[in-house]
Design a protein around this ligand. Sequence first.
Ligand code: SF4
Length: 918
Amino acid sequence: MAEYAVYADRIVAGETVKTTCAYCGVGCGVLATVDRERHFAITGDDAHPANFGRLCVKGSALGETVGTDGRLLYPAIGGVRATWDQATGYIAEQLQDIVAKFGPESVAFYVSGQFLTEDYYVVNKLAKGFIGTANVDTNSRLCMSSAVAGHKRAFGTDTVPNCYVDFEAADLLTFVGSNAAWCHPILYQRIKKAKAERGMKIVSIDPRKTDTNEIVDLHLPIKSGTDVLLFNYLLVQIAASTACDHDYIAAYTDGLDEALQAAEADVAMGDVATRLGVSGEALTTFVEWFIATPKAMTLFSMGVNQSGQGTDKVNGIINIHLATGRIGKEGAGPFSLTGQPNAMGGREVGGLANMLAAHLEIANADHRALVQDFWHAPTIITGAGLKAVDLFDAVASGKVKAVWIMATNPIVSMPNADAVREALTNCPLVIVSEVMADTDCTRVADVVLPALGWGEKDGTVTNSERRISRQRGVMAGLGESRPDWWALAQVAQKMGYAGFDYASAHDVFIEHAALSGVKNTEGAVLRDFDISPLAALSLDEYDALEPIQWPIRVIDGKPVGTDRLFANGEFYTENRRAKIVPIRHQETGYQTNAEYPYALNTGRVRDQWHTMTRTGLTARLTRHIGEPFAELNPVDAKALGVVPGDILHIQSAWGQALARVIVSDGQQAGMVFVPIHWNGVNSTLSRIGAVVNPVVDRISGQPECKHTPVALKKGALNLHGFLMTSSSIALLDADYAVNVRTINGFRQEFASHIEELTAFSENGVDWLTSLVDVPFGTERLEYIDLAQGVIRLAWIHDSKLVAFAAMALAMGGTEGVDARQLVPARAWLDDQLGLEVSSVTRRTILSGVPADPASDVGPIICSCFSVGRNTINRAICEQKLQTVAEVGQCLKAGTNCGSCQSEIFRLLEQADKAAAAG
Ligand code: SF4
């Protein structure tokens, strides 16, 4: 097998390496040092222009998620260990056979915004130029493909016109469908700091009141899906105002009249504020602020993109910026906040099924010829491939017979996820490249290939502001794990294809950079993505590459990046003029009805990432929110007869899920919010993707993850409990079970329905005991009150607590009482595992409640200093704290990475409300 070189081989052991974070699209710079035992020291890189030294809690915990636990260490075919040579040979043979029998379109690749650009480049080259299939799609389809489609309709190219410093320079900053406080924390903190220094106005347009509201001056909680109406209304108001930039419009744009006509028709259909579900006053304020503020930035993310009308929503936002000429200028422009670390890099190399490499177009024969010539490829695809939802439908129908899934977990993240699982289970060839051994996808794979993880990988990523940064490996890959580009190149070579003999990520990168410059001057193949000055980088120069924004020009003999585009026109449409796109508000997809009266909205939580295969590995991140939750408005909670801690059953026409109830008046009545993270390995029935409808935007193909009609009811579960152990135990055969990583072990939450109440008293203790694997000589303490339906057991070995279990049954006499209230709080007990138990504390342990209430810190809010919700609430109350800064001074909470400041703010607000209510 051919060898390859990685950055980790080129550094001195223990050297501090500049790299980038593996998670969101902010793309923070990280300084990483690792010792021989894979212990990491992680800090923010002061010199990186995305974060200037700051990291959020996920980034700070990177070193805790790259251990050896659970890693996939070697290739396997049909569950049997294989060598790389055997595995790649088998894949090549199978793919050739399938292509020969069913044609190239029977082969598909489903990849990831977690990929490095070099991985993305090789998969696209192999598929689109050699195998001849355009079926290469990515989980970025779920993330920002509506932004891509909106950019291309308006600008003729997929380009973000502005940069992060514009957020700080703006006088008005509007978030649309974005909880940046949780999803883009470092940008949020930069904005918060700028607001404190400069006093800019901040607006949030979002059906939910989220933690981002901490810095918001005006919240427009519009009805889900009404964004187009809002931006059409704003366009009409702009056209009648002095904010309308007639010079810019005349010089650089087309389509204003048609767009205005469409907008006016929307507006004429009835009172806009009422239809948006906001007050007339709030709407007027927003319009007046936007009209009066030349330096206006509009930041949008999943709440806009993940919609049946996502592309139109994006164009609604771009339209108002084109009509005012507020684009590509300091502090002024529309800005797509990308979800993943390299969604942008994937777009550069054609990582979506409807794209070609280097921002070239599949539909353009000149572009296709350019790419084919450059690759010396035997073929080139002539039309778009299958977008994610269609791709898995084609797997289900048997049209696609081989799919290679890399760095993503579609059985969890896709809409209609149960159907995706069934499709993959029945697919003749499923290849999964993974870092972790046990995921929903490895469970259905025919071939598994061990991939390098963060800290091992070597290549580049591009963040939301077009900034390319090096992600550098700090240590060797575990076991036989290999780079994804290398695995793809091995298979390509075994299929007999030339042009895949790369020796390093550097080889791939300079080819990618060179392609971006081919014929990139004027005429039919002109495009803005040009990084060709980097094609001459030597390996050393590639290793030393500083973060740089494309397009890249050579000035004074040096590559120089570009911070902004389009202030002076120069778009990439055929006539080089931007399009102001006519759009109309539409009801898309499925609407709520008598059977499914609530709208399900899905999204992220602060400390988890995607399907938890990495962030679920450290208690530092799971202590914030350990279980899947369903957030309801108080009115709905009352109507449904549920209280916090109950388990909610969520049912759609596609699937079902269970999650703990939380209640918040930030949630709109009629809606329920559930996070996307829990998977089928760490939970029995909390993969919310199974519930989400497979509706997609008609242009971008991006799924509508923000609006699925669902029916809600209290889970018919009368038995609740949890089990704490120092080693992981398999998921229980319970209706609801969730495994949570804790500081010293694991906790499994469970709930079920039992018909025979006597089974509880007769078998409860034995059943719990059978689940616990404790050393010989372990003592069991018991608290059993069968009349109340309560059992608590503690296992002590060598005077230390080694396991704890609690279980409660809602007896006839406690009908209507939440059984979960009958079992102890978790946070304090989690911390007792492994600790000494004295003769004095035995009784306390068994009660599940500390003698000193202050010991029960509650769920962790500040992960940096392990400060819990109970501790903060007590301090607010007892010391009469008024501000986040005062909480910080008192407890240190929020004074390091700052990710929790908005939650502390919310606790202060709640305390205020409680005080006002007496
Ligand atoms: Fe990573 Fe947090 Fe920065 Fe996103 S904001 S790149 S998750 S450190």
